[in-house]
Write a protein that binds this ligand. Structure first.
Ligand SMILES: *[C@@H]1O[C@H](CO)[C@@H](O)[C@H](O)[C@H]1NC(C)=O
Ligand SMILES: *[C@@H]1O[C@H](CO)[C@@H](O)[C@H](O)[C@H]1NC(C)=O
Ligand SMILES: *[C@@H]1O[C@H](CO)[C@@H](O)[C@H](O)[C@H]1NC(C)=O
Length: 223
């Protein structure tokens, strides 16, 4: 799904809005969270989600170029992502028709569902046949950024007075495979994990940019 590229909007206008809101964040950052404006909160989560997606894409590409095996297919079937049961809109129109709170809830649900697998991603990197310092650093940063993002999202949702059932996210069940003594099983499980991570972080980044456009800029800035 490439939602981002289908949204129109004036890049220059968006740049100006972005720069001015980043300047605002500098001032807000020194105040306690309670008084940070919703606009600043959105800028902050979009910044986090953008970085998170880039890191997820990095780790995916590094894995892909070092360990991916074409011989996996068609013998092995890529697994459904553990977050597949969380309903998210599939088209631009469906996004538009989804209420802000519902989209936020789905984003939080996905982010929450990654907390556990991201912990295991870090140890999975160290047990790869050729552990890479760069991948290890990226996996650690991802684990941290995911938590920061989750906090920011909860703060935003809290302002809508919606109650969210914290521990109700789908559970990842790939642990035994990613710790398997069989190298091929282990690598294939790793591949599925980073593939899903890249997909989900991209979704989250796209949706948050849409929400920021809707909530903060009244849809004048959809990018
Ligand atoms: C998160 O998604 C799962 C799977 O669809 C669902 O069962 C659960 O209720 C959702 N949690 C929240 C808090 O919306
Ligand atoms: C989004 O929905 C609103 C009504 O809620 C409608 O006016 C608008 O045209 C829709 N935009 C798109 C791009 O579908
Ligand atoms: C949620 O909002 C209430 C006020 O509406 C505030 O007292 C509380 O600290 C907030 N909780 C979080 C986790 O931000």
């Amino acid at each position: 799904m490439q939602l981002t590229s289908t949204f129109p909007g004036s890049a220059v206008m968006c740049m100006m809005l972005l720069v001015s809101s980043l300047l605002l964040w500098e001032h807000a950052a020194s105040k306690p969270t309670g008084v940070v404006s919703t606009e600043d909160l959105y800028d902050r989560v979009v910044e986090q989600s953008h970085t998170t997606y880039n890191l997820a894409a990095d780790i995916y590409h590094e894995f892909d170029s070092n360990f991916f095996k074409i011989t996996w297919f068609p013998k092995r079937m890529p697994r459904l992502c553990h977050t597949a049961s969380i309903h998210t809109p599939e088209s631009r129109q469906e996004v538009n028709e989804t209420k802000t709170e519902d989209l936020l809830k789905a984003i939080i649900n996905i982010t929450n569902a990654w907390e556990e697998p991201l912990k295991h991603l870090v140890s999975a990197v160290t047990s790869l046949p050729k552990p890479s310092d760069n991948m290890l650093k990226t996996a650690n940063t991802l684990k941290h950024k995911n938590l920061v993002l989750l906090e920011g999202l909860k703060t935003i949702l809290n302002r809508t007075k919606i109650v969210y059932e914290e521990n109700d996210s789908p559970v990842w069940s790939g642990l035994s495979e990613i710790q398997s003594a069989d190298e091929d099983t282990q690598l294939f499980a790793f591949y599925n994990l980073v593939r899903c991570l890249r997909r989900d972080t991209h979704k989250i980044d796209t949706f948050l940019k849409v929400l920021r456009g809707r909530v903060i800029y009244n849809n004048e800035c959809l990018f």
